[in-house]
Design a binder for this molecule. Sequence first.
Ligand code: PLP
Length: 409
Amino acid sequence: MNHFNPEQALSETRREFGEHGGVTPSISRSATFTVIDPEIMPEIFGGTRGPEQGGCFLYSRHFNPTVDILARYLSAMEGTEFSVCTASGMSAISCTLLQLCQNGDHIVSSDTIYGGSYALLNQLLPQFGITSTFVNPTDTAAFERAITPKTRVLYTETLGNPTLKLADIRALSKLAKAKGVALVVDNTFTPMMISPARLGADVVVYSMTKYINGASDLVAGAICTTKAMIHQLMDLHTGRVMLLGPTMDPRMAYDIIQRLPHLSLRMREHSRRALAVCRRLAELGVPVVYPGLESFAQHGLANDLINKDYGYGGMFTIDCGSRGRADHLLDELQNKEDFGYIAVSLGYFDTLMSCSGASTSSEISRKDQRKMGLSPGLVRFSIGYTGSLEKRIEQMARAVRAVGLVENR
Ligand code: PLP
């Protein structure tokens, strides 16, 4: 068990209040800012005279006061020096990889990642001369074997989408440091629960569209890392965030700022409910995969990586064996039982569920899906916290019986 307390770290960082004594921060919507002293314009433009160095804000694609508040809160929560917020999780991932890799470079990536990230690594980046080798995220030695003199990055999700393979971040960090490459971790499934930077990751990326925002009403991302890396990403001449321009709108930043204080409560409740539902499924003999079950292949590693008292998260899977039975289960759960919604994405207060092979992993070929252990009948659940838990467990038990996933019990 890890003893970093992200909730405490977040609460101890300087709190930002609004103009006129508001208990909420103000939203600074201005695209541009008045420079009082024209002489210092070149320094402000060059990034050496920001508001913290006696200068001022300049233009909201560079830095914006409201977006900066969110970035500062995220850094506190992650235990990193700095963060930058982006318009989506994909832009956080693509800008990070494009910053760390040049034409001719190589990435060793987990083979169990979000379909969009897989497409980025497998289809788009090769067009810019950046190639990837995909390996099993549970096998640190496979990462080591795949490293070449051209490798610049090890890339993984903490808990892989959708099969929930857990990467040993500590071991990968040791390997990355020994080989002089960067470890980039997508922690979208496990904010607050696992703190990759505290375990040695060099860069932590997020889709904040999911748990961090928690209301499924916006798309956003973040890159949490060192000051030096953020300065590179924001460099006027070569910064990938600066020049590709996935800027976060300050109104979005405000919404997420207002939801961060209850992220820890939400994560704990997602965890509590997922564990109860999965224990019942396991009792019924359903092939359920959840890091909190003792049957989970990496249960010991999960206990080792998770911050104290956060539980095992809100994500679990059921392998229904075939696409037809997966669709039948989804239909029962949504249209008969009202258990949740058939929808991609995750981290919402209601339960979201989808058949991954036919949706968020469909960028991955059937052959590669098989290789990563993704069955066509796998249903991924992001468990919500609405309604009575007892009733939810009954709904789930009826649905798995109706589709024949429970035998003679
Ligand atoms: N990372 C993971 C693990 C995801 O599941 C997703 C989207 O589902 C993304 C990144 C991409 O995030 P966004 O949709 O915010 O661009």
